[in-house]
Design a protein around this ligand. Sequence first.
Ligand code: NDP
Ligand code: MG
Length: 403
Amino acid sequence: MAPHKQRLTILGSTGSVGVSTLDVVARHRDKFEVVTLTARSRTDVLFRQCLEFKPRMAVVLESAAASELQRQVSQAGLNCEVRCGVEALEEAASLPGVDTVMAAIVGIAGLRPTLAAARAGKKVLLANKESLVTAGAVLMDAVRVSGATLLPIDSEHNAIFQALPRGYAAPGASGVRRILLTASGGPFRSATPRQLEQVTPDEACAHPNWAMGRKISVDSATMMNKGLEVIEAHWLFDASPDCIEVVIHPESVVHSLVEYIDGSVMAQLGNPDMRTPIAFALGFPERIAAGVEYLDLARVGALHFERPDTQRFPCLRLAYEALAAGGTAPTVLNAANEVAVAQFLAGALGFQQIPALIEAVLSEIPSRPVSSLGDVLAADGIARECAGDWLRRARPRRQAAAS
Ligand code: NDP
Ligand code: MG
């Protein structure tokens, strides 16, 4: 009998993580079968993936995109059901015939499908950090109740997972003292405050070490990405904020570290290539080849570490504050950040105004307890409205300053 193949749903298959996932899958056709692929609207990319991986179902967000994809799929004679909408994404994530779900949608848009996969007890490969940031308590609870397996894809958390004695262990347990999250510092690590004022979207998206989607690239440039990752580490590893330290490491070779009470520090190293954490999680608990270039330490030569500067990069401080406030504060932080980044990418907001908007929204909305998805979505909505108000107030000031 042929060995059972792992059956996969890839949420956000057309994005940077989704494409890297399919790259690894294509190297191991004997081990994996793609059941469902999903995207928001880029039907051209999704259709090409359907031709190559022959999924049984393809889901897009809107009906116009679904009609276009349906036309292409029918013309090519593919046996692939085309669906649309958030409910269809949730269904794709919880299909009984699916073993593993790669959660690689960007933003809080990924929350409902990711939660559906967790509730259905799947092996969940979590790239979509925003779902843990916004709904950590709800998602972790769903994992516990259903017995789902949650494996981090974010390279830092994947590194920590590998450096911990047996996956998840809270600092304090197993002699763990601290988690050290590395951060490249992004493209503006050495920029002056004046230079930061002038940053354009394309400059912000030109990350020195990683090729990623535009939203996470801007998050890396503001260091909000590291802030979101601190909150993500809190939920994944049950770590209090004072046990999570951020260290700037410009080479992105040491992906993160775990410090033990006896002074030992365990790190995971590798070339910066998302296919390593993706292959680790796809193959878990076995190791499979990822197609990456192996690390040549002599060629790397030197590795550098420094402390982060929260004066120039206030987003990191804001994320720590939101985590300390708890409840809906991280949801509010995330919503304000999503609005700010979208505005920045559209050329409607300055780079330095991203933290200003987030700080204003956080200070206006008191944190409330979270006990359900409804609490999270309500807080997200209120924060987006508040961010909209801030933008309406700020715009005339910006226009006056420009003229
Ligand atoms: P991309 O922007 O490259 O891709 C996002 C994917 O999600 C695309 O498939 C996109 O479809 C889809 N999508 C976007 N919005 C929606 C929506 N509203 N509903 C349904 N689908 C949607 O992002 P990345 O791959 O860079 O990042 C994905 C996630 O992984 C993020 O949470 C990010 O923080 C995390 N991550 C990414 C890393 C990286 O190296 N890129 C590293 C670590 C974490 P379409 O193409 O049609 O727009
Ligand atoms: Mg990361």
